[in-house]
Structure formats: structure tokens, C-alpha cells
Design a protein around this ligand. Structure first.
Ligand code: GLU
Length: 398
């Protein structure tokens, strides 16, 4: 066969998408799988968002929009960010994209050149690394396990070289649920400024932080790095619209122009209907929904923590944000379940699916073996069923 471009072989398909698809396929085939793998809320979007979106369908939203998004949505995002960060955000610095994933990709394409190194705190959401590879860059994983899953200046120093071009920060973190405090972010921002590197902040789970922890945006603590900072966020997780593919980016004018140029040649813009449907939510009309989601998630988090804590061979760090537990299963590795050896977390995830009908994402999908990710954003009855199954499985591990 005529050869494919080399870049295709530089990455594998997204394993978070893959795990989700696999669990769904098994359910469609009639298996009653508890899906702890999908990174999304189980609920419907707020009724106000559904109403605004269907209303948008009946108006003249059938035509192209501006490349960077409709002015009403960019204005609402900028106003909201200004309040949340205490920094005046200009809507000209906002680009609405087809999901935060595409916003991140455009960012990487805008700042990473062939051979450039990008520091990525591990464990990481796999697409961050794959996007750097697709852009011809070299992702450099910085293991944060020793520091409660957060980057430090010292860790950055240890991994930086003359080729370092950017740092990717993700708070609240997927998959660990770690939330960076202001001091850490300031330190990272100062380091980025000293080293003259780009700082990309993925804040997709910003609305999903459990008090007393609170989300701190890099822009709010380090406005002095604003020209080298790219902030990426999403509507997906906060308003349960993962399938609608809509996110946004805030960046300096040169980055915004670069992104607009590339977006104009690739997707043109995000879906017009969805953009219209989210204007009021972006302006704050659905904050009660976000608060309700957080209450439900807090209850689920306690439920999972309580039961997981009693399962042998598993340990975890209590997550402050997002909706994941990143479970340390290193103690189970090397042991056996019904005569089969658990060699690594990939094998464990396969065995959990096969013997317990429970889907989780193995840590290797996030660059770290010996762990698996469990989402608690599913219905309480599924959580309970899944935990019963996990308990049953691990009772048989010796
Ligand atoms: N962020 C979600 C997750 O980590 C969705 C990811 C995806 O589609 O890759 O599961």
C-alpha cells in the first residue's frame, strides 16, 4: 500500500475515548457494564441550555459564524473570565473552538515547532502528549507523583533544556483531581517568564472543585505572564455537553491570530447552533445547575472514598477537583486473580472488565503505570453496583 504520512505512526488513538467506546460497545451488546471510564457527567444539560439551543435552531443560525465565534458568546466568556480572574479580559482575545481538545491542538500548532520540547506533568491526559507529537514536538513527561501530583519549580528545572518551548499545566487535574494552589501557579508562571517559554493552562474542570479547595486560574495570579499564557477551557464538563464539542481559548493577539488562521482552514468555526445555545450559560444563567452538579459529585466522591478505602490492595489520594479518583493499585501488581497474574494496570483493567464488568482507564493511558482512573460522575446506583463488583474482584486477589 502507498505509505501513510509518518506522523500517523507517532501516536496511538486516544485511550480515554477508546475506553469509553469499548464500555459503550459492550453495553450495546447486552453486557451490563458499569462505566467508570467515561470522562463526562451522566446528567442532561440544564433545561435553559436545551431551550436556548432548540430556539437557536429556529432562528437564522444556519449560516457560517465568525471564525473566532459569535460576538455574543465571546463577550459573555470575556465578561465571565474578567470577574473570575479579576483581570480585564478583552473578547478579541477569545477564540471559540470545537471542544477544548481542538483549542489545545490549535495552541500547540501555534507555538510548537519541529523538535521543540514541551514539559507535560505526568500523569497527563493523553491527548496533550499526542498533540505535541502530531505537531512535530517532543513531549517531556515530568513525573509529579512525588509531589502529590503537582508540578514544582524544581521538577521543571530538572527537565528543562535549551529546547524547552512550553509547559502544559492542567488544574484541576485529569486524571488525579489535584488542584493547584495560587503559590504553586505563581512559581510556575515566574519560571516560565524567566525561561521565556509558553505557558498553556488547561482549566477544563474549573467549575468542578470541592470546597475548601478552590480553583485558581493562572491568569488571576500571574497577570504579568498574560502575553505568554494560553488558557483553555470548555463548556463540556460544567454543562454536561461533551458531545456538542465546544470550548474556548484566551490568549495574546498573536496567538489568537494564528489560531484563527488555522481554524479558518480546518473547521471554520464551532457549530453555530451550539454557540447560540450557550450564550446565557456562559453569562452565568445556569450557575444553579453547576452548584447542583457539585453537590451531587461531592456525595458521590464521599461514597467512593469510603468504599474504596476498604478494598484491599487499593490506595488513593482524595481528589479536590474534576470527578476522578486516580487509584494506586501497585500493591495488586504481581498478585493473581483466579490463577491469572496481574502484571500491570493494563492487565488489571482488562480483568476488571472481563470478570467484574467494570470499566476503568489504566494509568498507562496517562503516562503512569500502577494506577487506574475511576470517574465518579455516573449515577449513584451505578457507583454502588460498580463498587460491589470491585470489592468482589479484589477479595479474590492473592
Ligand atoms: N476528557 C475526557 C476524558 O479524559 C474525554 C476525553 C476524550 O475524549 O479523549 O475522559
Amino acid at each position: 500500500m502507498t505509505k501513510l504520512a509518518a506522523r500517523v505512526a507517532s501516536v496511538a488513538g486516544s485511550r480515554t475515548s477508546g475506553a469509553r467506546n469499548k464500555a459503550r460497545l459492550l453495553s450495546a451488546q447486552g453486557r451490563n457494564v458499569v462505566n467508570f471510564a467515561a470522562g463526562e457527567l451522566a446528567s442532561l444539560p440544564p433545561t435553559g441550555v436545551l431551550a436556548a439551543t432548540s430556539e437557536a435552531l429556529s432562528h437564522a443560525t444556519n449560516r457560517y459564524t465568525d471564525t473566532a465565534g459569535i460576538p455574543a458568546l465571546r463577550d459573555a466568556i470575556a465578561a465571565r473570565m474578567s470577574v473570575e480572574t479579576g483581570t480585564l479580559v478583552d473578547s478579541d482575545r477569545i477564540v471559540v473552538t470545537n471542544g477544548a481538545k481542538y483549542g489545545l491542538y490549535l495552541t500547540v500548532l501555534a507555538v510548537v515547532e519541529q523538535g521543540d520540547e514541551v514539559l507535560v506533568p505526568a500523569p497527563y491526559w493523553g491527548s496533550l502528549v499526542s498533540q505535541v507529537l502530531l505537531a512535530g514536538g517532543r513531549p517531556v513527561a515530568v513525573d509529579t507523583t512525588e509531589n502529590d501530583f503537582r508540578l514544582t519549580r524544581e521538577l521543571l528545572e530538572r527537565h528543562a533544556t535549551d529546547r524547552t518551548k512550553a509547559i502544559l499545566v492542567n488544574t484541576p487535574n485529569n486524571p488525579t483531581g489535584a488542584v493547584y494552589p495560587a503559590e504553586d501557579l505563581r512559581e510556575i508562571a515566574d519560571w516560565a517568564a524567566e525561561r521565556d517559554v509558553w505557558l498553556v493552562s488547561d482549566e477544563c474542570y474549573s467549575s468542578l472543585v470541592h470546597p475548601p479547595a478552590r480553583h485558581v486560574s493562572l491568569l488571576s495570579v500571574a497577570p504579568h505572564v498574560q502575553e505568554r499564557l494560553v488558557t483553555v477551557n470548555s463548556f463540556s464538563k460544567s454543562f454536561a455537553v461533551t458531545g456538542w464539542r465546544i470550548g474556548y481559548v484566551h490568549a495574546a493577539p498573536a496567538v489568537v491570530d494564528a489560531m484563527k488562521k488555522m481554524q479558518s482552514h480546518t473547521t471554520s468555526h464551532a457549530s453555530s447552533v451550539v454557540q447560540h445555545g450557550l450564550v446565557s450559560a456562559a453569562a452565568g444563567a445556569e450557575d444553579a445547575f453547576r452548584a447542583d452538579v457539585l453537590v451531587t459529585l461531592a456525595r458521590s466522591r464521599s461514597l467512593v472514598a469510603d468504599r474504596l478505602g476498604r478494598i484491599p490492595h487499593l490506595r488513593f489520594r482524595f481528589p479536590d477537583g474534576a470527578f476522578y479518583f486516580f487509584v494506586d493499585c501497585r500493591d495488586a501488581l504481581g498478585r493473581s486473580h483466579q490463577g491469572r497474574r496481574i502484571t500491570d494496570a493494563d492487565v488489571l483493567a482488562d480483568m476488571l472488565l472481563e470478570h467484574a464488568a467494570v470499566a476503568v482507564v489504566p494509568g498507562s493511558a496517562f503516562g503512569l503505570d500502577g494506577f487506574f482512573r475511576l470517574s465518579y460522575a455516573i449515577d449513584e446506583k451505578d457507583i454502588l453496583l460498580g463498587l460491589d463488583r470491585l470489592e468482589g474482584f479484589f477479595a479474590d486477589v492473592r
